[in-house]
Design a protein around this ligand. Sequence first.
Ligand SMILES: Cc1cc2nc3c(=O)[nH]c(=O)nc-3n(C[C@H](O)[C@H](O)[C@H](O)COP(=O)(O)OP(=O)(O)OC[C@H]3O[C@@H](n4cnc5c(N)ncnc54)[C@H](O)[C@@H]3O)c2cc1C
Ligand SMILES: *[C@@H]1O[C@H](CO)[C@@H](O)[C@H](O)[C@H]1NC(C)=O
Ligand SMILES: *[C@@H]1O[C@H](CO)[C@@H](O)[C@H](O)[C@H]1NC(C)=O
Ligand SMILES: *[C@@H]1O[C@H](CO)[C@@H](O)[C@H](O)[C@H]1NC(C)=O
Ligand SMILES: *[C@@H]1O[C@H](CO)[C@@H](O)[C@H](O)[C@H]1NC(C)=O
Length: 501
Amino acid sequence: MVGSLRPLFAVLLAAGAALGDPETPVHVDGAPPSKIAVVGAGIGGSATAHFLRQHFGPEVQVDVFEKGEVGGRLATVTVNHNDYESGGSIIHSLNLHMQEFVKQLGLKYRRSVAGKMAVFNGEEMILEETDWYLLDLFRLWWRYGISFIRLQMWVEEIMEKFMRIYKYQAHGYAFSSVEELLDSLGGSGFINMTRRPLSDSLLELGVSQRFIDEVIAPVMRINYGQNVSIPAFVGAVSLSGAQNNLWSVEGGNKLVCSGLLKMANANLLQAQVDSIALVQSADSPQYELSFTTAAGTRSELYDIVVLATPLQAGISSGIQFHGFTPPFDERPGNYHSTVATIVHGYLNTSFFGFPDPRLFPYASILTTELPDLFFNSVASICPVNISTGYRRKQPQEAGVYKVFSQGPLDKSQLKSLFRSYYSVQVTEWQAYPHYGSSQGLPPVELHPNLYYLNGIEWAGSAMEMSSVAAKNIALLAYHRWSRQMDMVDQKDLMHRIKTEL
Ligand SMILES: Cc1cc2nc3c(=O)[nH]c(=O)nc-3n(C[C@H](O)[C@H](O)[C@H](O)COP(=O)(O)OP(=O)(O)OC[C@H]3O[C@@H](n4cnc5c(N)ncnc54)[C@H](O)[C@@H]3O)c2cc1C
Ligand SMILES: *[C@@H]1O[C@H](CO)[C@@H](O)[C@H](O)[C@H]1NC(C)=O
Ligand SMILES: *[C@@H]1O[C@H](CO)[C@@H](O)[C@H](O)[C@H]1NC(C)=O
Ligand SMILES: *[C@@H]1O[C@H](CO)[C@@H](O)[C@H](O)[C@H]1NC(C)=O
Ligand SMILES: *[C@@H]1O[C@H](CO)[C@@H](O)[C@H](O)[C@H]1NC(C)=O
C-alpha cells in the first residue's frame, strides 16, 4: 500500500488491546475432531492453521493445501540479487495479530527508509511532502481547511472501535458472520459503511470535494486500484494505512506464512484441491477433499474444513462442491486486477515536469483520477532485506521502482515513464475485491464445520483482516465443535468483558 502519508495523517492512536489474555476455559463434550483441512496457505490459511492448533491442541491433524506458493498474495520478486515485495507490503503498527506473529516467530521488523510522497495530476505535483512537518500541516490547512482534521478524527474513531476485536478474541468470543463481527465492533454504523460509497460518507462529514479528489482518491488508487465509490469501511481501512508507523517484515512478509505453518506443526500438502464432497455420517457431516499433487489424485476425509481462498469465479480456486443442498459453487462478484510492474532502471522525471532528475525529490508518486493516465502509482522501493548502510537510490541513479496499474504496461508506456531500464518484472494480481455492485457480505459458515475465510475481504482486504478472520474461524470452529453456544454472536461484549475481568 502507500509508502507513507506521514505528515498528512500523523495520528497517535491508543492501543488498548489485551492480546495474550488467558482463554476462557471451555468444557469439551464429545470427541475431538481427528482431522482438519485448510485450503490455501496465504496469510489467512497459515494464520488459521496456527490458531486451530492453539485451540484444538496438539493431537488434531491439520492439513494445509496449497496449489501455488506459500504466502499467496504475499510474494517477492528478485531483481539484481535482491528481493522486493510484489503483493501485500505494508503493515500498520496497530495490526496486532501481524505484530504478534512476527514476535512469536522471532522475525524482525524492516525499518522504512525515509522518502517523500507527492500527488501528480497529469501535469504537475499538486501536493508534496516537505521535510518540515509544520509546513505540511500549514499547507494542508491552507489548501483544504478543516477537511483533513475531520478525516483524521473519523479514521481514528473507526480504528478505535475496530480494535475492540482483539479484546473480544482474547476472551474467546467468535462471530458466525462478518455482519455479526462488524456489528459487535461498531453497531449498524459499521455494517452500513460496507454498503455506502466512501465519497458519500466523507461529504456528509463535511470533507470537501477538493480534498476527496486530491488526497482521498489518490490513496484509494494506490491501495485498492479503485475510486472513491468503494465502500466507506474499506476506505477507512485503507486510510488508516496511510498514517504513520508502517512497517513490513525483514526478509519478506511471506515469511510469516511459512513460519506460522511450521509453528502450528501443520502438514503442508503441495496440492490443488479439486472438489469437496459432503459425506453424511451418523451425527456430524464429514467432507471428502479430492486433490491433485505431482504424484496424482487422491482424496481424504475431514471433520472440519476451512476455505482460505477467494471463491469468486474470476479468481478460480477451481473447487467444485458436491452433495450440498442447496448447491453452491462460486460466490458472486469479481476481484480487481492490479498489475505490479517492478522496473530496474532510470525514472523519466521529465514525465512529472522535472527535466533534471537531480532536482526530483520524491520517492512515491500517487495520482489523481485521470481517464488517460495508464498507471495508479509509481514508487521507488527498497529490498526486503535492508543492511544498516542502506540508502535509497537517487532519481539520477538506476533504481528499483514499482508501478501499479490496472492493465499490463506496453513498451511505449514503459518508455515514457523510464528513460531506460535493465529489467521489467510483471505480476498480474487478482488483488482484492472489485468493490461496487453491492452483493452483501459472504457467509463465514457455508455448512456445519465448513468455513469460508475470504468473505471478510468484502468488508476490507488486508493482511490483518485475513488474520482477524483466521482467529475468528478457529474460535468459531472450536465453539461449534464443543457446542459452546454462549461464546458465539454474544451481544454487548464491551460490557461483558468489563464484568469478566
Ligand atoms: C498488489 C497488492 C498489494 C497489496 N497491498 C497490501 C498492503 O500493503 N497491506 C495489506 O495489509 N494488504 C495488502 N494487500 C492485500 C493482502 O495481500 C491480502 O489481503 C492477503 O494477502 C490475502 O491473504 P489470504 O491468505 O486471505 O489470500 P491469498 O493470499 O490469496 O491465499 C490464498 C491461497 O490459496 C491458494 N489456493 C487457491 N485455490 C486453491 C486450491 N483449489 N487448492 C489449493 N490451494 C489453493 C492460492 O494459491 C493462495 O496461495 C495487497 C494485495 C495485493 C495483490
Ligand atoms: C444503518 O442503516 C439502517 C437501515 O438503513 C438504519 O436503520 C440505521 O439507523 C443505520 N445505522 C446508523 C448508525 O447509521
Ligand atoms: C468509480 O468506478 C466505477 C467503476 O468501477 C464507476 O461505476 C463509478 O462511476 C466511478 N465513480 C467515480 C466517483 O468516479
Ligand atoms: C533476509 O532476512 C531474513 C530474515 O531476517 C534472513 O533470514 C535472510 O537470511 C536475509 N537474507 C539476506 C540475503 O540477508
Ligand atoms: C520522458 O517524458 C517526456 C515528457 O513526458 C517525454 O517527452 C519523453 O519522450 C519521455 N521519455 C524519455 C526517454 O525521455
